[in-house]
Design a protein around this ligand. Structure first.
Ligand SMILES: Nc1ncnc2c1ncn2[C@@H]1O[C@H](COP(=O)(O)OP(=O)(O)OP(=O)(O)O)[C@@H](O)[C@H]1O
Ligand SMILES: [Mg+2]
Length: 272
């Protein structure tokens, strides 16, 4: 990894969630709550609430590149987090900039929203594999994304170590395979790095307020990396942050409600 100034500057390249629970909005809240500085290159606009994604408008790839270059050349970044990249053209454009600047990259390979809505065009899988994954210092697939990357099935936590290894073989420096979609009360995440695997086992929090857990986790990790933490330490803090955010969810919306991102700052006065 290229030596970072470790000043906590995170460039987020992702889509907007009008509901404020996931995407760019979750990313900015997370980076801020953990003491970092958030910048954004918006890749797409979604019309979305806790019940689903109802519309997507893509941003011109040239304009995404312009947003990235302008902030990188002026403010600079200590880490980059990518989320929803929409289609192959966007991935190609974003990766060209990332290759040029060589910053530590936390790539969340977003393919589906919580309700199952596709957030990546199927034709973009090749660009994701060939361009984005080899640039990632850390790739953070959830189970459905992992399954489509390895073209296999992950039924239980026991299948996860092998799957994480297979995904790392696609070229990412490290992989955090997230078990949020596992069946049952236990919840396992696996970090696969060159030096081995680390495993976290937790009890699942019984709640529907998990909108944006993936975006939040990846941004929290990127913040840690941007602040100079080693990857396992950044993942560990990020997991604790997400868990606490789930526990302090404000209870908004009729579907998958948002997290309480501001728990490091203050409690929501309206929380249930
Ligand atoms: N109900 C829960 N209780 C505790 N931790 C959870 C719960 N759901 C998810 N997590 C944790 O949240 C993090 C994100 O995992 P998850 O598999 O939900 O990501 P994701 O599917 O990409 O999320 P998103 O739907 O927001 O894209 C992981 O660390 C996971 O363990
Ligand atoms: Mg996700």
């Amino acid at each position: 990894m290229k030596a970072a100034a470790a000043r906590g500057r995170v460039l987020i390249v992702a889509g907007s969630d009008s509901g404020g629970g996931a995407g760019i909005q979750a990313d900015i809240k997370t980076v801020t709550a953990l003491g970092g500085y958030a910048m954004t290159a918006v890749t797409a606009l979604t019309a979305q609430n806790t019940q689903g994604v109802f519309g997507v408008v893509g941003i011109d790839p040239n304009f995404i590149v312009q947003q990235m270059r302008l902030v990188l050349d002026d403010i600079g970044a200590d880490a980059v987090k990518t989320g929803m990249l929409h289609n192959a053209e966007v991935i190609e454009a974003v990766c060209s900039v990332l290759e040029e600047y060589g910053l530590p990259l936390i790539a969340d390979p977003v393919m589906f929203a919580k309700g199952g809505h596709a957030l990546l065009e199927p034709e973009a899988m090749t660009a994701l594999r060939e361009r984005l994954i080899p640039l990632a210092q850390l790739l953070t697939p959830n189970l459905p994304e992992a399954e489509s990357l390895i073209d296999g099935t992950i039924r239980a936590a026991e299948d996860m170590p092998e799957a994480a290894k297979a995904i790392a073989a696609l070229g990412a420096e490290a992989v955090l395979l997230k078990g949020g979609h596992l069946e049952g009360d236990a919840l396992t995440d696996i970090l696969h790095t060159e030096s081995g695997q680390q495993r976290w086992d937790d009890e699942r929090i019984a709640t529907t307020h998990t909108h944006g857990t993936g975006c939040t986790l990846a941004s929290a990790i990127a913040t840690g990396v941007a602040q100079g933490m080693a990857l396992p330490e950044a993942v560990d803090r990020a997991r604790s942050y997400v868990r606490e955010a789930i526990l302090s969810a404000p209870g908004f919306g009729k579907g998958h409600g948002p997290l309480g991102h501001g728990h490091t700052v203050s409690a929501y006065p309206n929380s249930a």
